[in-house]
Structure formats: C-alpha cells, structure tokens
Design a protein around this ligand. Sequence first.
Ligand code: SF4
Length: 342
Amino acid sequence: MRVIGFSRGRYYVYIDREPLVGHIAFGVIDRGTNVLQIRPTTICPYSCIYCSVDAGPFSRHRQTEYIVDVRHLVKWVRYVYDYKGGDVVEGLIDGVGEPPTYPYIVELVSSLKKFLPRVAMETRGGTLTKELVDALARAGLDRFNVSIDTLRKEKAVYLQNTPWYNVERVREVVEYIVRETDIDVTLTPVWIPGINDEDIEEVVEWGLRIGVGKRFPPFGIQKYEVHKYGRKIPGVREPTWSEFRDFLEVLENRYGVPLHYKKLDFGIRKTKAVEPIYRVGERVVARVVGSGWLWREVLGVDYRENVNITIVDIDFSPSLIGKRIDVRIIRNRDSIYVARKE
Ligand code: SF4
C-alpha cells in the first residue's frame, strides 16, 4: 500500500498488496450468504446528514480513505468465491463510499462478471452519466440500487448536504437506465420519520410509473439508523422496527408492492461462510501497515493468516509502520477483525 495523497487532514491510501479480508471498509465481506459485498473505495463525494458511516467531505471521524487496486480486488473476490465452493449468486459493490466514483469501476464489473452470475452496485446517482451507464451495461452490470430519498430538489440538497447534488439529473439518468439498458433498478430510499414521509410515497409512485424492478424487487426502503460514528439529525429519533414496518405496510396496501426487506426476494440464502480465524479474546501479533480508517485506529496485518486487523484506541504515527504489536481480538463477526493493543 502507498499513500497517494493527504487532504483536509485525511490520508488517501492505495492498496495493492495487503490482504482484502478482515476490514469493514474495503475488500471483500462474506456474511455467510450467497451475496458477497465488494468494497473498492471508501471515498464519497456527498455528506448525507444521516450517513451511518460518516462519509464525505464533512466527515469528522475518518483518518484515511482507501482505494483498492482493481486486479488485486478481483483476485480476492475469486479467492472467497472459491472458498465458498462457487456458491455465490451476487457480488454487490457497496461500501462506505460511492462505488461509481471508483476510477476502475467498469473494469471491476467486467472482471467480476467473468465468474459471478450477477453483479449489482449501490449508488446515490449524482455522479452517474449516460456514458458511464452505457459502459457499465456493456460490462454486464445487472442492477443498480439507487438511494434517492426525495424527488424535491431543495430537500435533496439538504438531505445529501451537497449543493451540487441535482436530483432532477439523477431522475433523468435513472429513467434512461430503465428505458435504454438491460440494467435493472431497485430504488432504496432512506425513510426519516417526519422528514421525508411524503417523499418516500412520491419515490414509490415515480418508480412504479417508470418501471423499475423488471427482474428484481423494485424497492428496498431503508430505515434511518443511528450509529456510534455516524451522523445524526438533530431532533429526529431513530424509528423502531415496528414503526418502520407499520409505515411500510400502509404504502404496501396503497400501492400493492412489497416494501419490507423481509418480503423482498433477491434470491439470498445462507451459505458456507469464511470461518473466523480468531476467537474473541485471543492474543495475536499484528504488523502495522498504515493509518486506520477512523481516528485512533491503525491498520494491521497478520501475514501468517493473511488478514487485516483494525487496531483501536491507538494513535497512528508513520513511525509505527512495520512494527509488530501484541493485540487482543475484540470482534470477529463476519471475519471482520478488530483488536486492542495489549
Ligand atoms: S449515506 Fe451513502 S451517499 Fe450519503 S454520505 Fe454516506 S456513504 Fe455517501
């Protein structure tokens, strides 16, 4: 890995040699289903007021943005795919950044399509152009999950906290995708109670009108959730799951389409998962390879097991690079490893 930039107090790091399993922000994540999450970049140009991963120019918690080398990433996806005996139905390019801004996104999709049955991508849509959409269609992209929380211009600028975000342009591009390409669209707005209730309804009406969801569920409404390092909207309470279900049920009855995630059929099922290498509480030696994603984190690697380990509660300094540190594992779920210095 190498530092390719430093801006607004953040490192920009290119990863081309380190393992790509073990970190939540980049690489490959297997949560024990037939869908693999593929994370090529942490960079996002928006600063949504509710962002659960505190992305974008206004981030307060991030120390590093990562960009992964495309060939290296495909090699690791293939490794996890083979480990699972090929029991993978979809590669979902998602993450804590905005996938279409990844400079090698077309190459990534076409390389993945050589062995994955389908490839989908999450996006906010503001950086999509018809040219990029056409290139992704030729590369074999199967679906966009477009997160569009309102159709109103000013409200979209407020929610995305991005003056240049033009939801009317996003609408045009989405309509182009549905009309002119084989790529399907699932609309995935975030419901924020009291902020965009009517807007969600308008998004559903618009989606039905233009014909999203030709092969996949047309909608996958998301719930506003508050996370420790995410952004919170002052004065807005996170809805409970039953409030969320009740809200969706009203719309489901009105429009006759399933909206609750438990009713949506993306063909996802449980499969063999990558086994956690460590137990929680286990002592491990990690070598520091760079700055951590968030402040007070460093990025470590266990080269014996070939996995990343995030070491928390430690300040990064370049003098730490190459040092071996004794750590104790505090998280191992989904083969994402977090540890604390001993
Ligand atoms: S919610 Fe998504 S699009 Fe918005 S800032 Fe966060 S990562 Fe970016």
